[in-house]
Design a protein around this ligand. Structure first.
Ligand SMILES: [Zn+2]
Length: 212
């Protein structure tokens, strides 16, 4: 890609090796969407430009900067396919204020509630909320998917594996940590879908669960 960038009049549309980039990005991301954490696969994911390819009237960058960024790997991430309900398809070219999946501390800017809603956290809640809205991360579809991933899958299996008498703060924390990491699967190292929400739930139970 670096080589191609140096060719005169290089444009993202003219860049032929998008499949290699999709493979590399989805692998780095553990096969989850950079915005919603839903499952992505190399063949069906899309390459998203954090600083969009096209200039938007509210953008702090010049047309030229947008053009340069369109060929930078560090400006790209892999995102899910959907019907413009959320993520890049909902966002279009609208600039994001603060939520940047390339920034590792980005996760500290969001929190959740028990029903799968996503909420801003930290000191800049207004900016975070604006980005959540821009990306549609709190839409009903994603809320249901997040909650379902927890209640119909992870929590169900947890309850099959451990009796309530064995539940402890340590066990919940261990599971929270487990879902913050990629897991070995037949298809390589992957994050669980909506892994941060699942980790949040185990953390929440570690601090709040009252045995009956
Ligand atoms: Zn997504």
């Amino acid at each position: 890609m670096a080589e191609y960038r140096e060719t005169p009049d290089a444009t993202y549309d003219g860049f032929a090796e998008k499949k290699i980039v999709r493979q590399s990005l989805s692998d780095e991301q553990g096969y989850i969407c950079a915005y919603c954490m839903g499952r992505i696969e190399t063949d069906t994911c899309t390459i998203e430009h954090y600083i969009p390819q096209k200039h938007h009237q509210d953008s702090p960058y010049s047309e030229e900067e947008h053009k340069q960024q369109s060929l930078l790997y560090s400006n790209m991430c892999a995102v899910c396919d959907n019907k413009a309900e959320h993520c890049d398809k909902k966002r279009g070219n609208i600039p994001l204020e603060i939520l940047n999946p390339h920034n590792p501390s980005c996760e500290e800017l969001i929190t959740y509630s028990l029903d799968g809603s996503i909420l801003p956290a930290g000191r800049e809640k207004e900016k975070v909320q604006k980005d959540i809205d821009t990306l549609g991360l709190d839409c009903n579809k994603l809320k249901k998917l997040r909650y379902g991933a927890w209640s119909d899958d992870i929590w169900k299996r947890f309850k099959q594996e451990y009796e309530e008498k064995d539940w402890s703060k340590e066990l919940f924390l261990k599971y929270a940590e487990k879902y913050r990491n990629k897991k070995k699967t037949k298809k390589g190292l992957r994050f669980h879908v909506y892994c941060n929400f699942i980790a949040w739930y185990f953390d929440y139970y570690a601090n709040n669960y009252k045995k009956r």
